[in-house]
Structures are given as C-alpha cells and as structure tokens.
Design a protein around this ligand. Structure first.
Ligand SMILES: [Zn+2]
Length: 438
C-alpha cells in the first residue's frame, strides 16, 4: 500500500553541490593511476581551461603508491589537470597545472603552514598537494561558468525530486546561486521550493553574509526564501574533530571547537539583531551544549530570534532543558546512522548512548526535522525509514509518525505531494503536475 507526504522536505542539504557531485568527472572507479587514459572527458568536467575530477583513492590501486604527475602528463600534456582525492584533502596535478599555478604565484619550493607539496630528491614537485597546499591551489582555479552552475542546479532538482522531495533547506546559498536558481524557477526548470542559509567563515565575515542575505531578499522568487546565516563550530566524528565532552577512544583529544564562545554569542546576537535566523553546525555533545549556553545568554540579554542546530549527532540529557525555552529547530540526518554506526563505538566509546536523541527532543516538544546532508549522503526519503528501522535496537524510534519529520513545517508555501511505498518513490505532484518514477 502506498503512503503520502505533503510538501516533502529535506531539511539539510547542499543543493548546488548535489548536482555538481553527480555531474563531475568521477575518479572513484580507477583501478590504477594509468587508468586515467580511459576516462571519458566531457565539456562540463572543466573549470575554464582546467580539467577537474574527484574521487581517486590510491589505497585501492595496484600498485598502491601515490601517483606521479608524469602519468597525467602522458595523457594530458597540454591542459592543466586537478584531480582531488576521495577525502577532499589532497590533489594530483600535472606539469601544465604546476606551470599555470606558478604563474599565479603558487610556491612549489616550500610547504605552506598546515600543508605539504610533495617533492622528489631533486626538489621537483611530483604532482601531489596535501591539505593546505591542496586548498590553496584549489582556490586558484577558475570559477564554474553560470551555464555550468545552472546545469548543476537542474540536475540537483531532478535528484531531489527522484528522492521524493519538493521542499528543501540549502545550507550553502550564495547570491550568485540565488539568481541562477530564480531564473530556472521562472523558466519552470526546477520543481523545488528552497530555503537558503548563507555560510560565513568568521565574525569578520558577518557583514558580507548580511549583504548577501539582503541582496537575496531584494530579488524575490516564489520558490525561494532566504532565512539567515550558517556557521560551523566543530568538525565531524569520522575525522575525530567533532567537539566531545570526553576524549576519542585511544586518543588524548576530544575534538575541536572552531569558534570561541564569545564569537558564537556575537554571531547569534548579530543575526537576531538583523532579523535573520542563525544555523549552527554542531555534531559533538559538547558543541551542542556550548551553543545552547551561548544562545541562552544572548536571549537573557533581551535579544530574540530563531536558532537552528544542524546535525546534533550527540546530545546529552542536560542540554535539552537549555534548548527548550529557545526558539529552536534541530535538524537531524538519520541516514548518517546507516553509514556511521559500524565504526562509532570504536570512535566515541560510551558516548554512543547520546546518539541521535530525536525521541528525547520530540518528547520535550523541541522541533525536529529530518534531512540527508546531500551530497554527503544520498537524498532519499526511504533511507530515513530504513535508518529508523535499523537503529531502533539501540536508539528509541520517534513515537510519532516519522513522516511528520519530513513535512515542510509551515503551511502555505507550495501545494505538493509525494507518493511512495516499500519499493521506493512512486510519484511527486508539484503544483498540479505529476512526475512518475515508476
Ligand atoms: Zn551540511
């Protein structure tokens, strides 16, 4: 028997990134470095003159050495090539890329702080950049064109629709994306209602965030809403950088608080004073607790506004009463449980008892929404159901119908419906138009 959800909502996504990842040149299937000669190169795999790809992993290759620029030079002698590793922390580049980067001022003779330029015994770069060296080079690449970005956005729309979604929250909105997305909505090429948050990097960056926000507000579109600013205050459990209340198993560290409490409070106050909502990426239990304390202090000083907690993968019971009086929304991704649970116990030990407290939050009448974090995880309604079923042995299931957590929380923005059953998505109806998937 099929079921339905009205205005089916993925509450945490990176909308543009989803289409970009789907369309980019994938290096995941390479069996060896020299396999690059068999790649099928398309025009949209380029950024300007650069060929760009993602996803190689030398640990899967025979031999499993790090690759050398000379292999790329044989296949791509004339155009600069930038291939990112699967973890997004290093890149494999060719001689032409080294030449172009040198012209732009990249120094291959030394390692930047927090990064490495791998060199041979003669001091020549071998074509591998790591961490900050990788990031610095990546920042020197030309932008995608408007046409490419629009292509990514259309593909994203198709992917979310196929996953059952007509409504979503985009955590990486920019004014440039907003304009392109607005044009696509007006041409009826996107069957998506989208709320956007603009990411800011530091307190110094807040004014830029506010100006991006205002430019979006001044360029209205029936299918778009801009809500506020987003910051990251900790890392992830997978890289052991989520900020915990105790050490990671076998380590002498408990993660990273990237923003000081003072900076977090200043950001919350800035957003609320300027009538914006604030969204805060916090994964570890101590990160969520810190944010709850900061928000309480700001509201005690007389400022009011909405706050969104992104992920909250770990949450201690004593944090919940701090959250309760706030105008708070907690956005969780059950599908993270599916990919993370095999290694979580070995990573965080007994903190696993604080994982995914959706039922405790719900009982305390704190608003919870479910999402995917696409493209980090695939976006599909059925994945949430699978995660809730499979995690039920260790994590209390929501005692309310789980579909409620995937319905856009306020009425009056779009008339859409998603129909699905055990086998997957059957159809979506977007403003009277039906798209069937089987
Ligand atoms: Zn995210």
């Amino acid at each position: 028997m099929s079921e339905t959800i009205n205005n089916c909502f993925d509450s945490h996504t990176h909308f543009l990134g989803t289409g970009q990842v789907a369309l980019e040149l994938s290096l995941r299937d390479l069996k060896s470095a020299s396999n690059v000669s068999e790649l099928k190169i398309e025009p949209h795999h380029h950024r300007g003159e650069w060929l760009v790809g993602f996803g190689w992993n030398h640990n899967n290759w025979v031999p499993s050495d790090l690759p050398h620029k000379s292999i790329l030079d044989k296949v791509f002698p004339d155009k600069p090539v930038f291939f990112s590793r699967v973890d997004g922390h290093s890149s494999w580049i060719n001689s032409k890329a080294i030449e172009v980067l040198k012209q732009k001022g990249f120094d291959f003779s030394k390692d930047p702080q927090g990064g490495k330029v791998l060199r041979d015994l003669n001091g020549e770069p071998i074509g591998i950049l790591q961490d900050q060296a990788h990031i610095n080079a990546l920042l020197m690449l030309p932008d995608y064109s408007d046409q490419q970005l629009s292509q990514f956005l259309v593909r994203s729309g198709e992917i979310f629709n196929a996953g059952g979604f007509t409504h979503l929250r985009d955590m990486s909105m920019t004014f440039r994306q907003w304009q392109l997305q607005k044009a696509l909505c007006e041409q009826q090429k996107l069957k998506i209602y989208c709320e956007g948050f603009i990411t800011v990097e530091s307190v110094k960056d807040l004014d830029r965030g506010l100006s991006e926000y205002q430019k979006c507000l001044d360029s209205p579109c029936a299918q778009l809403k801009v809500k506020g600013l987003k910051i990251f205050i900790d890392g992830s459990l997978g890289s052991k950088t989520a900020y915990l209340s105790q050490n990671y198993v076998g380590e002498n560290q408990h993660g990273l608080l990237i923003w000081s409490a003072t900076a977090i409070k200043a950001t919350i106050a800035y957003c609320w004073r300027n009538k914006m909502e604030v969204a805060i990426h916090c994964i570890g239990d101590e990160a969520v607790h810190t944010v709850a304390q900061c928000a309480r202090e700001v509201s005690a000083a007389g400022l009011l506004g909405k706050i969104h907690i992104e992920h909250a993968q770990l949450l201690r019971p004593e944090t919940i009463p701090l959250l309760k009086p706030l105008h708070v929304y907690v956005h969780m991704q059950p599908c993270h449980w599916l990919s993370d649970h095999p290694w979580l116990q070995d990573c965080i030990g007994d903190l696993t008892k604080y994982l995914f407290q959706w039922e405790a939050l719900r009982k305390n009448r704190i608003h919870v929404d479910f999402g995917s974090d696409s493209p980090i995880e695939p976006t599909n309604l059925l994945l949430t159901r699978k995660a809730l079923l499979e995690s039920a042995k260790s994590i209390p299931k929501p005692s309310e119908d789980w579909k409620r957590f995937h319905a856009y929380p306020t009425s009056g923005w779009g008339q859409c419906q998603t129909e699905f059953d055990d086998q997957g998505i059957i159809a979506i109806n977007f403003e009277g138009e039906t798209i069937r998937f089987r």
